[in-house]
Ligand binder design. Structure first.
Ligand SMILES: Nc1ncnc2c1ncn2[C@@H]1O[C@H](COP(=O)(O)OP(=O)(O)OP(=O)(O)O)[C@@H](O)[C@H]1O
Ligand SMILES: [Mg+2]
Length: 367
């Protein structure tokens, strides 16, 4: 394979025309902290999600990355409305569902599905695979032509499992196969949006590529929009047409994949990328940036820009003014950054970045 691997054309740009499927503005989730004696009262809050802005278009895949604890899972659970937001708005297909109650949510619940990180605990061990995949159809009263059982067998085939295994139990499958069962269950209701929360991070590296390829196939062939949550930038690069970078409860940068990986404008994105192993055209190594200090507490995030306490470019203004998430001059359309002192919009290191050879082979396998 040639060393200079280019990624498939961005399909995101084409699909981003028209109405968004999901629009999230200023989304917040503050978990209260209680203390005091003898009467318990709220003494603070964990600001897990603290003003997230995201837009997703039908059929596109958006990667959501960031360090552990930055609020990715909470954002996913807010979007699927497994959690009640503290503030902000969530619009799905033009409908405000921020505080929608059970009745209004019922039809939407089938359109938005979730795939969880742990394929061991997310499947009921006492139910057969057939029952697990069939139950969302039963709960929602869906009777596909040919019957539910037939549909389950089709779904098992779609995700690369043997339809003959309909009556087997989860413990009879490997981790990768269990995650495939989770994918089949998510597909049972023909959703429009799937929130996949670290769907491969509990799997063996060798199995990860297979499951990522399956998700990519499903996303492309069925035109399902995917919010793909991961802390691994390499996996997200393989899967996502656009990528959003979160830090301490906020989105710091969002762009189409190539702009984000080749011309990151936010110092935080720059630092995250510098930790990803990669091959460059001339074989040189990318400059590595080591972030100083720990991630601050989400109970009391820094004033102004919340990344400033670890940023080597921070100045006085960063402590007082919170930078808005906007398109900076020199950035491509739709490339938004929240930074007062962004990186230059040049291609990193003066050359186009190419994939890590291991991922490049993964890329070609999926074609
Ligand atoms: N139910 C809860 N009650 C209190 N705090 C919570 C709750 N759920 C999450 N948090 C806190 O909110 C913050 C964000 O958590 P979240 O699970 O969304 O992060 P994450 O980005 O998904 O991390 P990881 O990469 O480790 O999965 C963390 O500080 C976490 O401790
Ligand atoms: Mg998480």
């Amino acid at each position: 394979m040639s060393e200079n691997v280019t990624l498939p054309q961005q399909q995101g740009a084409k699909q981003q025309q028209g109405e968004p499927l999901l629009k999230v503005e200023g989304l917040q989730k503050h978990f209260p902290i209680y203390g005091g004696f003898p009467f318990k009262r709220q003494v603070g809050a964990v600001k897990a999600v603290d003003g997230v802005d995201l837009t997703m278009y039908p059929g596109e895949s958006l990667g959501l990355v960031g360090e552990s604890g930055c609020g990715k899972s909470t954002t996913g659970r807010l979007i699927t409305r497994l959690l009640e937001p503290t503030g902000g708005t969530i619009e799905y297909a033009g409908q405000d569902i921020t505080h929608a109650k059970r009745k209004q949510l019922a039809p939407i619940r089938s359109e938005i599905q979730m795939i969880f990180q742990d394929p061991y605990s997310s499947l009921n061990p006492r139910q057969t695979v057939g029952t697990i995949i069939k139950s969302p159809m039963e709960v929602n009263g869906i009777n596909p032509p040919g019957g539910r059982e037939n549909r389950v067998r089709e779904l098992l085939e779609t995700v690369g499992l043997n339809p003959e295994h309909y009556n087997r139990f989860p413990h009879e499958f490997s981790g990768g196969q269990r995650q495939r069962i989770g994918v089949a269950r998510a597909l049972a209701l023909q959703p429009k949006l799937i929130v996949a929360d670290e769907p491969v991070s509990a799997l063996d590296v060798s199995i990860q590529a297979q499951v990522v390829n399956l998700l990519q196939k499903v996303q492309e062939e069925m035109g399902i929009a995917f919010l793909f949550i991961a802390h691994d930038l390499a996996v997200v690069r393989h899967f996502s047409q656009r990528v959003a970078v979160m830090y301490l409860g906020k989105v710091m940068e969002v762009a189409d994949r190539d702009s984000l990986y080749n011309r990151p404008r936010h110092p935080y994105t720059h630092a995250l990328l510098s930790a990803v192993p990669e091959a460059t055209v001339d074989g040189s190594q990318r400059e590595r940036i080591r972030l100083a200090g720990d991630v601050p507490s989400p109970i009391n995030p820094p004033t102004g820009c919340r990344f400033r306490t670890r940023c080597w470019k921070a100045q006085e203004k960063c402590a007082t003014d919170e930078p808005p998430l906007v398109q900076l001059s020199g950035s491509t359309e739709g490339h938004l950054t929240a930074c007062h002192f962004p990186e230059e919009p040049t291609i990193k290191g003066g050359k186009e970045v190419v994939l890590d050879p291991a991922l490049a082979s993964l890329e070609s396998d999926s074609k």
